[in-house]
Design a protein around this ligand. Structure first.
Ligand SMILES: *[C@@H]1O[C@H](CO)[C@@H](O)[C@H](O)[C@H]1NC(C)=O
Length: 397
């Protein structure tokens, strides 16, 4: 038998270690002001349990392996060329049918530090210098490409590409720190998200661990050049997409009181008597990234992982979460704990009124380990991923 006193001493030493973190081994050691916030979790029974038992995403074709690193967003221009995608070294690339060509970039200060590296993660230290394009959208009328660069802000580049022009770098005196995704309406309004004004993209795991709420949904007008904050105090707002009729937009919100692996799709009314108000569009089965509309006006949402018991408990007890985050365990392992132990891709489709229509997944993470965006085009889903060195293509037929 181990004496109680000994266990008590052990616990005391552990608590002391976590309090001081002398070797700076914890996932939050670089963030002395790190705070964790409580998460108001909707009940389990509201979370869709629908599964794709056949793991259909495993039938996806892996394309462009090691030719593209971390292609988050997939876009086609109004002439049907593409896809275009933003990669980890800061470039926006264009697939011309035979090769990937340099199309555009956001940083005016690119140098050899932005040169090719072995994995999407190896670019992290220099992303603020080389740029990191996430959301991409074409203006269907002008062919201009709009780019949400995680570090540098909102950009525009003409149909011929080249160095993009910054449109917004700060709003209300608060710099954009994690510009994430955007969409454009027919009236020259660009709706976009800034995921956090505290954590940058390279620290997205700490943002998830914290559940802090400095994220914003913003609107930039091309003609007045003014930016308005539509919704503030959001926890990790991410993808954004207008409805087909333009009467509302949906955006992914992580953690407004919701911890990792548990997110909600919100609906923000743009027109009609509810204009300016926000309501729940759908409760998602897990941790979302971008959302895109197809021709029918349905929404495809990329999900990083399913909701998981561990994340649920951690969401409810922020002090316990902070304690565990102070243990000498790397952010990557802490993150894997949150998402159920392994990366696995899920994509879900919702009707324009928020009904879950389809679930496709690779629950074993064999082929599609992670999905950041789903772009439906001519019966195919183009699956981008910020973590992977390839594009996966799933044939819907
Ligand atoms: C340009 O990049 C270099 C690193 O390659 C950095 O030292 C320098 O501060 C950058 N200049 C600006 C204006 O950002």
């Amino acid at each position: 038998m181990i004496p109680i006193g000994f266990l008590g001493l052990l616990f005391l030493l552990l608590a002391l270690y976590c309090g001081i973190d002398p070797f700076k081994h914890s996932a939050i050691s670089e963030f002395p002001d790190f705070e964790s916030y409580k998460v108001d979790l909707p009940p389990w029974e509201l979370v869709p349990a629908d599964r794709d038992k056949d793991n259909l995403l495993q039938k996806s074709e892996i394309k462009f392996l090691n030719q593209v690193q971390g292609p988050e967003s997939m876009a086609f221009d109004p002439l049907g060329r593409g896809p275009y995608t933003g990669v980890a070294d800061g470039r926006v690339l264009l697939w011309d049918g035979q090769n990937w060509k340099d199309f555009a970039y956001t940083s005016s200060n690119r140098s050899e530090i932005c040169n090719p590296k072995p994995s999407p993660q190896s670019y992290l230290p220099n992303e603020h210098i080389c740029g990191r394009p996430l959301g991409l959208r074409f203006d269907k009328n002008t062919g201009d490409l709009y780019i949400a660069d995680a570090y540098l802000g909102l950009f525009k580049v003409g149909p011929e590409g080249g160095l993009a022009t910054p449109l917004v770098t700060e709003v209300d005196g608060v710099p954009l720190r994690f510009t994430n995704d955007l969409d454009i309406d027919d009236e020259g309004n660009i709706y976009f998200t800034d995921s956090s004004s505290k954590f940058q993209r390279r620290n997205f795991m700490q943002l998830v661990f914290s559940s802090e709420n400095s994220g914003r949904l913003l609107k930039y007008n091309l003609y007045t050049k003014e930016t308005a904050v539509l919704v503030r105090n959001l926890q990790f707002p991410n993808g954004v997409s207008l409805s087909k009729d333009g009467s509302f937009l949906v955006f992914c919100e992580g953690c407004p009181g919701r911890f990792a692996c548990f997110y909600i799709l919100l609906k923000y009314w743009l027109k009609g008597e509810k204009a300016g108000s926000t309501e729940v569009f759908a409760i998602l089965p897990g941790f979302p990234d971008n959302v895109r509309t197809n021709k029918e006006g349905e929404f495809w949402v990329a999900i990083h992982c399913r909701r998981f018991t561990y994340a649920h408990i951690m969401g409810l007890y922020p002090k316990l979460r902070k304690f565990i985050l102070k243990l000498p365990i790397s952010a990557k392992i802490q993150y894997l704990l949150q998402i159920g132990g392994k990366l696995h891709g899920i994509v879900v489709k919702y009707s324009p009124d928020g009904k879950l229509l389809q679930v496709l997944e690779d629950s074993e993470g064999k082929v599609v380990k992670a999905v950041s965006e789903v772009e439906e085009r001519d019966g195919k889903l183009w699956l981008g991923s910020v973590l992977m060195p390839f594009v996966a293509v799933y044939n819907l037929a």
